[in-house]
Structure formats: C-alpha cells, structure tokens
Design a protein around this ligand. Structure first.
Ligand SMILES: [Zn+2]
Length: 195
C-alpha cells in the first residue's frame, strides 16, 4: 500500500520516510483528528454522488452507503463511536434538495454498523459552495457558519463526522472545531470520496 498523509489520508505517489503530513495539512491547525475517504471522487463514484445530490436520485443511496461502509471498515471499525454526525446543510439548501445527502448516507451506515446518527450540528448561515473557492476563501466562508444543534451535548463523546465528499477537509474541520470546543473527546471524519 502506498503511504498517505496521516491527517487527511491523501495518497503519496512515492515512498515517504515514516509518518508525514501532505502539503494541504502541513501548515494548518486542525481540530479534526483524522480525515478518511473510502474512494477517490472519480468515474462511477463521482457520478453516483452527483446523481444523488443534484439529480436527487434517492434510489442510489444504498450504493453510497456501501461505499461509505467500505471506508468505515477499513479505517474506523476497530474503535468505539458514540455517534455519527452528518455534516449539516443550511435549511434553505436542504429544502431545495429535499434531503441532506450526508445525513442520508450516515443513516444507511449507522443502521448497518449499529451506531446512532445524531444531527448534532446546524448551519446557522448559508455558505457559498466550497467547490468554487480557493483555500483561504473556503476558510473565511465557513467562519461562524456552524453551531451545535439545540440540545446536543457532545461532552466526552467520540464522534465520527460523515460527508459525501471532501476536498480540502475545511468543512469537516470547521464542524470538528465546534464539537471539540463543546467538549467532544475525539472527532474524526469519513467521506464516501475524496474530491
Ligand atoms: Zn493531508
């Protein structure tokens, strides 16, 4: 197996000596312990995610769930997790889409691996799509955009954030920051695919 970044699991094409961080992670402060994806967002994986998210083809959910489970088994199955936390959508976007794709995939996974899904985070203001932004803009775009859902107390919990895709991990990390600040014991993240 090729070596990969300890933080975000970005594969490295050449052998690297021992443990290392990739260029994306090196000069950043992370709240997130680890960030892992099951697959690369290419070919059929990418297409299926787009069909689910933008085409609103709800029937493809089990495929995404199974792919998510592959990553869970590979990276996180040996540990105990108190809850799966979907990366939240702003209420307006959720209304347009009809569902939060991350929550739907998390629910499929949660039922399989017997871990409760808790929608413990909310987007308190709409954000631009991260995909079109540069890295510094991504971080700025997320500032103050996320908060704990009313009544959710993550103190002492080991939480696994779930998303469909991540690119730089900025959104997942902003989520982790909120949870850490509120006292979570450990926050890691899993996505179906890495963009
Ligand atoms: Zn990295």
């Amino acid at each position: 197996m090729r070596p990969f970044c300890e933080r975000c699991a970005e594969p490295f094409s050449r052998s690297a000596p021992g443990e290392f961080l990739c260029a994306n992670c090196l000069d950043r402060h992370w709240s997130l312990g680890r960030l892992r994806a099951s697959y690369r967002a290419v070919g059929v994986v990418r297409e299926t995610i787009l069909r689910f998210k933008y085409g609103r083809e709800y029937a493809v959910r089990p495929w995404l769930g199974r792919w998510m489970r592959d990553g869970f088994r590979q990276h996180y199955a040996g540990e105990s997790w108190d809850a799966l936390i979907p990366v939240p959508l702003h209420a307006e976007r959720r209304k347009i889409r009809g569902f939060n794709q991350s929550a739907e995939i998390a629910r499929w996974l949660g039922a399989q691996v017997k871990i409760p899904v808790v929608e413990g985070l909310v987007r308190v203001r709409p954000t631009l799509s991260q995909a079109r932004l540069k890295r510094a803009e991504r971080l700025r775009n997320l500032r103050g955009a996320l908060d704990l859902a009313p009544g959710f107390d993550p103190r002492g919990q080991r939480l696994l954030l779930c998303d469909d895709v991540f690119t730089t991990g900025a959104t997942a990390d902003a989520c982790a920051k909120v949870l850490q600040k509120a006292g979570a014991a450990e926050v890691a993240a899993l996505a179906v695919a890495r963009g």
